[in-house]
Design a binder for this molecule. Sequence first.
Ligand SMILES: C[S@@+](CC[C@H](N)C(=O)[O-])C[C@H]1O[C@@H](n2cnc3c(N)ncnc32)[C@H](O)[C@@H]1O
Length: 263
Amino acid sequence: MLMFEKKLAKEPVDIKDGIYYFDAHNHGDFFDEEDAAEWDNGRLESNWKKRKFLENPTTKKLAETIVANGKEIIDLACGPGMGLIPSVKQLDPAFHCTASDASAMVLEHWKKYLDWNFMTHGVEFAQFSVLDMPFKDGSVPSFSSNIGLSSVRGGQVDYDKAVKEVFRCLEPGGYLYAVESEWIDIPAILQVFEKWGQEPWNCFTEGQTSWHDRFLQAGFEIVTEEEVQHRIFTAEDNELGEASVKFGIPVGTKETAFVLRRL
Ligand SMILES: C[S@@+](CC[C@H](N)C(=O)[O-])C[C@H]1O[C@@H](n2cnc3c(N)ncnc32)[C@H](O)[C@@H]1O
């Protein structure tokens, strides 16, 4: 029996080659054969071996905290980057992890890569959407996410929904370890659009909630919160970057690492 199996509230629609499928394909990214060829030709390998998170003091601390707390993790929307799993496995190869994503394709390629290259990798696989997880209420000891919650597609409404869903599934005292990204200063961005004479893009017109406030509103205790990095857009990034440089109003995004606890 897989580690996460006893926590399930729903039957999988299929179990194939050790991957549990919960029919979430419409929620995820639509990858194609070209993406898969790139993954198989080195991208998954370099992501598995990447040291990026362990070289950054903030994400290193996050991975160390996961290992120190000793509770298996289910990584959300792991994507071709595999979320926080490669870093945790570099610290403790025996640490038990489940990789999840709405895209079956990304999980199938990850499983093939790990099965071929490592006899025992200790990673389980489940295809489901963060917006509708197959777990019983209060059953999961910990989740991790590297830009996983930030990847859901429906904007602020779905960010809220994803955080509530994580909270529902976590056991009391359970943890969410997350690195999430957001825009730094929406009023500044709206000022750029005004000077530019353009209607703001839809993602900037809906009411915005920071990850910090969203986690608190869902009922989480914020154990730690630390900026990982921020990036100011340049003219080379996109039209918004170009306009922001032209009008001298910096715009950008930041990534923050959180340790969150369900009370
Ligand atoms: C850019 S990746 C996320 C970053 C990744 N965790 C990493 O460490 O590099 C985006 C992934 O989010 C997944 N995704 C998008 N919406 C989702 C959802 N509602 N539930 C689960 N996965 C989702 C996509 O299928 C895709 O694989």
